[in-house]
Design a protein around this ligand. Structure first.
Ligand code: SLL
Length: 159
C-alpha cells in the first residue's frame, strides 16, 4: 500500500466518563440486578470533538478493559457511540484500545482513563457537579497518522 510521503493527519477526540448516584437499596427506582454495594452509575466513552468531522472515518472499534472483577471485563464496542455503561462503588483505570480504519494501516493504540466517581476539583467545580448531579471527567486526546496510505488519505480528506 502506497503512503503519502511527508503528510500527517492529526485528529482530536475526547475520552471521558460520567458518574451519578444510584438510587439507594430498597428504592423502587433502583435498577434490578445491581449488587447492594454499588453506589454509582457510570459510563465511559470515546467520542468526537463538537464541530469536527465524524470520528468513525478513522475509528472503527473500541475496547474498554474494566476492573477485573466485572463480568466480561473486556467490553468491545464495534460501532459508535463508543460507550460502556455500568455500575460500581469505586474508581479505577480503564484501559482503552482504539482500533483504526484498516485503510490506515495503523496498529491499535492504547489509552488510559481514570474512572472518576467522586466529585473533584475546585470548590466551584464540586458545587457544579453537585448541582448537575453528575461527575464528568473529560480529556482531549490526539491521534496522528503519519504518512498515511493513499486510500486512507482519500477517505480522511473526502469531507
Ligand atoms: C482499585 N479502586 O483500583 C480500586 C478498586 C474497583 C471498583 C475499584 C465493582 C466491581 C464489580 C466496583 O466498583 N469495583 O462489581 O465487579 O483497587
Amino acid at each position: 500500500t502506497k503512503r503519502v510521503k511527508g503528510k500527517r493527519i492529526s485528529r482530536a477526540f475526547i475520552i471521558g466518563s460520567e458518574a451519578w448516584p444510584l438510587p439507594p437499596v430498597g428504592s423502587p427506582q433502583r435498577p434490578a440486578n445491581v449488587p447492594d454495594d454499588h453506589t454509582t452509575q457510570w459510563r465511559v466513552y470515546v467520542r468526537g470533538m463538537p464541530g469536527q468531522p465524524d470520528l468513525t472515518t478513522w475509528l472503527k472499534k473500541v475496547q474498554f478493559k474494566l476492573f477485573h472483577t466485572y463480568m466480561n471485563p473486556l467490553r468491545t464496542v464495534d460501532n459508535a457511540p463508543f460507550v460502556v455503561s455500568e455500575t460500581g462503588w469505586g474508581g479505577f483505570n480503564v484501559e482503552i484500545r482504539l482500533h483504526f480504519n484498516p485503510a490506515s494501516g495503523e496498529k491499535p493504540q492504547w489509552r488510559q482513563h481514570f474512572l472518576q466517581l467522586e466529585r473533584y476539583g475546585s470548590d466551584e467545580d464540586r458545587a457544579r457537579q453537585e448541582r448537575e448531579g453528575v461527575v464528568r471527567s473529560e480529556f482531549v486526546e490526539w491521534i496522528e497518522f503519519n504518512e498515511p496510505t493513499e486510500a486512507f488519505w482519500d477517505e480522511m480528506t473526502a469531507d
